[in-house]
Write a protein that binds this ligand. Structure first.
Ligand code: 13P
Length: 247
């Protein structure tokens, strides 16, 4: 039985006041994991606030190396040192706007796992890829790039987030059928690579998740939780999404 996850990706939003607000108002999860990915500047505040709770805090992005002359970057080792437990990697905004190629994503993924953090690998197709019937090929290419870079491919203590680019920030979430179909294919893909982890691997859906659509998505067999962007900035709505996942 996979434990469901509700994860907040705050992107370049938030403030110390929002951190404080979440630490007071977020309803503690019962049967699910709750993770928050704030900006690097707000990691420390949330780690301190949630130290005594089950809520885990992670970075949205790290560089590939543990330390060195990389002005402006942070490393997975530093996130770990601060008390962070996870890191996103391969988010489509990083791929599209900051040049995170499949190769860079693979290196970052490895640095996150090597530092002892849990990587949350984001994959997803563009609208063009979906409309040309190559959605799964695009996702498979992103998975293959990371898997080929590992010495020993395995998915234990790792999470995949399926985030179709056309659903991110558009208000148009994938239908439950589309999300389920792709996430089933992702699980089959993982199974072909390394049997045994098929049932344990958690696959999240992200892209315009809201309190109003969480319930219909979470009942799908291969949707194990959500990576929520815009709706995660409102603690009441985020609590409602957590509630929908729990019940
Ligand atoms: P939205 O929920 O704002 O569509 O963003 C999804 C996302 O990118 C989460 O990583």
């Amino acid at each position: 039985m996979r434990k469901p996850v509700v994860a907040a990706n705050w992107k370049m939003n938030g403030s110390l006041e929002l951190c404080e607000h979440f630490s007071c108002e977020l309803v503690r999860p019962e049967a699910s994991d709750v993770w928050i990915f704030p900006t690097a500047l707000h990691l420390r505040s949330l780690v301190d606030s949630f130290r005594e709770s089950d809520i885990a805090i992670g970075a949205q992005n790290v560089w590939c190396e543990p330390e060195g002359a990389f002005t402006g970057e942070i490393s997975a080792r530093m996130v770990k040192n601060l008390g962070g437990q996870l890191a996103l990697v391969g988010h489509s905004e990083r791929r599209a706007m900051f040049g995170d190629s499949d190769t860079v994503v693979a290196r970052k993924f490895k640095s996150i796992a090597d530092a002892g953090l849990m990587p949350v690998l984001c994959v997803g197709e563009t609208l063009e890829e979906r409309e040309s019937d190559s959605a799964f090929e695009a996702v498979q290419r992103q998975l293959n790039a990371v898997e080929e870079a590992w010495d020993c491919p395995d998915y234990s203590h790792k999470v995949i987030a399926y985030e179709p680019v056309w659903a991110i920030g558009t208000g148009k979430a994938a239908t439950a059928e589309i999300a389920q179909e792709m996430q089933g294919l992702i699980r089959d893909h993982v199974d072909r690579r390394d049997s045994g982890e098929r049932e344990e691997l958690r696959i999240l859906y992200g892209g315009s998740v809201k309190a109003s659509n969480a319930a219909e998505l979470i009942v799908q067999n291969d949707i194990d939780g959500f990576l929520v962007g815009g709706a995660s900035l409102d603690v009441d709505e985020f609590n409602e999404i957590c509630e929908a996942v729990k019940s």
